[in-house]
Design a protein. Structure first.
Length: 299
């Protein structure tokens, strides 16, 4: 559905995007993550046609994002929202209804009850969180095929975040919506994404299903009568090591089956293999690429 081939974008001598290749399948929720300055927002702006990439191409449904018919299928909700001064929510909805051919007033009325906002309220008087709710209300009413989100839950309380994702995921489940979302809230992305792309220094360094991303690094809790055998440490690809009393905590690259098989050869007293969270995977994957991260291991 969304495909980027060799997308490069420079600002003077600075390369914000460096030959990015990305694939987000139809009906998926694709999480784009990375540290500040990795190029996430620049890519999104190229996808939406706000920036023109210097090299490569981006297509949606095999058509260039510059085509008007494709723009009709896409809705972008960023962190910084803009509404016309003096407009109410319904005024803004009418404006979008004049742009998007598939705008549905039936959908608008249905979603109204989810957020509970007064459609006659002037947007400039609403809080940031309420403006974000209004943006989702109007955006989903446009019945897009692609929804692009940049820090979508910033300013929303937990109840509204759940309501927002409920509306979005319902559309994804129906097969009518593909979502590309960039966020620093990795815990939340873990609950909603089925594919993840990790960006670093303008490159897309990892692109996998969420299960594959989390399945290649594990947390190993292990204890022996003495110290951890040196031979075991040489056989495992250890990314991080720490100790709590007699129990060693190792962050190890590899499948759970291979790690367990290797460790069992040395007859440990304790052996537990635990999956990592997306946040932990992010830390250790980028840490291995030279990205400076804090010494964080969830206990």
């Amino acid at each position: 559905m969304i495909k980027a081939d060799g997308v490069t974008k420079k600002f003077g001598d600075f390369c914000a995007l460096d030959s990015v290749n990305l694939n987000a399948g139809k009906g998926s929720v694709y999480g784009l993550v990375g540290p500040n300055g990795a190029g996430k927002t620049t890519f999104i702006k190229c996808l939406m046609g706000i920036y023109k990439n210097d090299e490569g191409k981006i297509t949606v449904d095999e058509r260039s994002v510059s085509e008007t018919c494709i723009k009709q299928k896409m809705v972008y909700i960023g962190d910084d929202l803009y509404f016309f001064p003096g407009y109410t929510i319904r005024d803004m909805a009418k404006y979008y209804a004049g742009i998007y051919e598939n705008f549905s007033w039936e959908e608008y009325e249905r979603i109204k009850s989810v957020f509970g906002l007064d459609e006659k309220a002037k947007l400039k008087k609403l809080s940031k969180g309420m403006k974000k709710q209004a943006a989702f209300w109007i955006g989903i009413s446009c019945c897009p095929e692609v929804l692009v989100l940049d820090e979508p839950v910033d300013g929303l309380d937990p109840v509204m975040r759940k309501a927002m994702w409920s509306v979005v995921l319902e559309k994804v489940a129906e097969g009518n919506l593909t979502v590309l979302v960039s966020s620093h809230n990795l815990r939340e992305l873990e609950d909603v994404c089925d594919h993840v792309g990790i960006m670093h220094e303008g490159k897309l360094v990892i692109e996998k299903t969420l299960d594959d991303v989390k399945g290649n690094i594990h947390k190993l809790q292990i204890a022996f009568e003495g110290e951890v055998p040196v031979e075991l440490m040489s056989e495992l690809t250890v990314l991080k090591e720490s100790k709590m009393g007699s129990v060693s905590l190792l962050i190890v690259r590899g499948t759970a089956e291979d790690i367990k098989k290797t460790a069992e050869k040395y007859n440990p007293l304790i052996l537990d293999i635990l999956p990592l969270t997306l946040e932990e995977v992010f830390i250790y994957e980028l840490g291995g690429m030279g990205y400076v991260v804090k010494d964080v291991i969830s206990q």
